[in-house]
Design a binder for this molecule. Structure first.
Ligand code: NHW
Length: 398
């Protein structure tokens, strides 16, 4: 196959106008690190929303409302991200969406929908949440932008750029000028290019639904044996995280994340929000050393099922995604093996992890297989001298 160079030569009529690293500047190390544009006085930020095509109107999606949360859930379930072969589509649960969008000090106005004026049908969505991000030794207030979705029937009409400009405007109104986001598509210009790795927990189902294939000289019974896990975890003192663990986990996490070039800076409230276990949303376990009653390690994963499109026998793939893990006393390999065991006990089909942080150190040994496709991380209005390696990144976006 010819190498596809069209991606980076492609015109980006919208992204060329935005304060992001441009492809033509890649490798130009004379450009300074930091903000690309300076903040404007808030009085100079556009006060009225951007214009939508005439049939549509803006709406704020108040996710506390069961009715609105359900509308968002239905839009995303039918129209959000699919894999390249259109076999699977993310199926974020309603509880997950509420969790993802209601961190401490979130802004309601950043949960933006588009409705058809006449029918009020919700047809597009984009969100931001606030985060304090550390880049090298600076803490930068940023937004994390996620859940950009345009109904399948309204694609390729340049609605996405209007939505991105509108969320940008509302973020600017809160005096925030930087953002972080990820995408599976290549845009100007990634700061890190990552890959997903997948640890099979339920080989039979993954093969049945086309998620994985039996390799050469592999039979179903061999695959089942290969991926078999012990029935219980091996680390003494491993238990579910509780509210009283929040200060200790915050300390562990802060210290651990300080080694990465880009990482969030979480306080106790954020750790409570992001890591305290919530059934079918986020799972966290700590190692409580029995002698000193110190919390020495922890592991976490979030739950993001995918709809299985067009399969007779199965409709949902239950996937766990590695979130934040800190090892100080127990080897990371052993902790992650325990994470796999827990996920297997809870009936997940697959455990996914990116090659960020120190994950490379356990992926191969714990029988993760490399996924196809890339996940690109981007920063808006913040330039880094060079792209980073995945192991320099301490950030997981949902
Ligand atoms: S990535 C998931 C994105 N969503 C999906 O893939 C769901 C399925 N697809 C769709 O719904 C996680 C549509 O295809 C979407 C595009 C809506 C993706 N990021 O309206 P047009 C996130 O949510 C550019 C950014 O005709 P469409 C992160 C594309 O390159 N840009 O396309 C979101 C082109 O621009 P160009 C994307 O297919 C981060 C233009 O959109 C993109 O009908 C957002 C075409 O628009 C993507 N994933 O709708 C940025 N996909 O310049 C936040 C396409 O190349 C930035 N495009 O001509 C920060 C803002 C805050 C700053 C604060 C200071």
């Amino acid at each position: 196959k010819f190498q596809d160079t069209s991606t980076s030569n492609k015109q980006h009529k919208f992204w060329e106008t935005q304060p992001v690293g441009q492809f033509k500047d890649v490798g130009d190390s004379s450009l300074p690190e930091g903000p690309i544009e300076l903040p404007k006085p808030l009085s100079e930020v556009k006060q009225e929303p951007y214009n939508l095509p005439n049939l549509y109107e803006w709406t704020v999606c108040v996710m506390d409302s069961d009715e609105i949360c359900n509308e968002v859930y239905v839009l995303l379930t039918n129209n959000y991200v699919e894999d390249d072969d259109n076999l699977f589509r993310f199926n974020y649960s309603k509880e997950f969406l509420r969790w993802a969008l209601h961190p401490p000090a979130y802004y309601q106005s950043w949960h933006i929908g588009v409705r058809v004026k006449s029918s009020k049908k919700l047809v597009a969505f984009i969100t931001g949440i606030p985060v304090k991000m550390r880049v090298r030794d600076e803490i930068v207030k940023m937004a994390e932008v996620n859940f950009l979705c345009v109904h399948k029937k309204l694609r390729s009409k340049r609605l996405a750029p209007v939505m991105i400009k509108e969320v940008t405007r509302r973020i600017h109104l809160e005096n925030i000028w930087q953002a972080a986001y990820t995408a599976g598509v290549l845009l100007p210009t990634p700061v890190i290019t990552c890959q997903y790795w997948h640890r099979t927990l339920n080989p039979k189902k993954l093969i049945d639904v086309g998620f994985s294939r039996l390799g050469d000289r592999m039979t179903m019974s061999r695959a089942i044996k290969l991926y078999k896990l012990p029935s219980s975890t091996s680390t003494p003192g491993l238990r579910k995280m509780e509210l009283c663990d929040v200060p200790a986990v915050t300390r562990l996490l802060k210290n651990y994340l300080s080694q990465f070039v880009v990482a969030p800076d979480f306080d106790d409230n954020e750790v409570e929000h992001w890591l305290l276990p919530q059934e079918n949303v986020v799972d966290s376990y700590v190692v409580d050393s029995q002698d000193t009653h110190e919390i020495t390690d922890f592991i976490s994963f979030y739950t993001l099922p995918s709809s299985i499109l067009n399969n007779q026998n199965h409709s949902i793939l239950k996937a766990a995604y590695s979130f934040y893990n800190v090892s100080t006393r127990v080897p990371l390999l052993q902790l992650m093996n325990d994470a796999l065991i827990i996920a297997k006990q809870k009936d997940y089909d697959v455990f996914n992890a990116l090659d960020v942080m120190e994950n490379e150190s356990f992926l191969k040994e714990l029988k993760f297989g490399q996924g196809d496709g890339q996940l690109y991380y981007y920063l808006y209005n913040y330039r880094l001298r060079n792209a980073l390696k995945p192991s320099e990144l301490g950030l997981v976006l949902l």
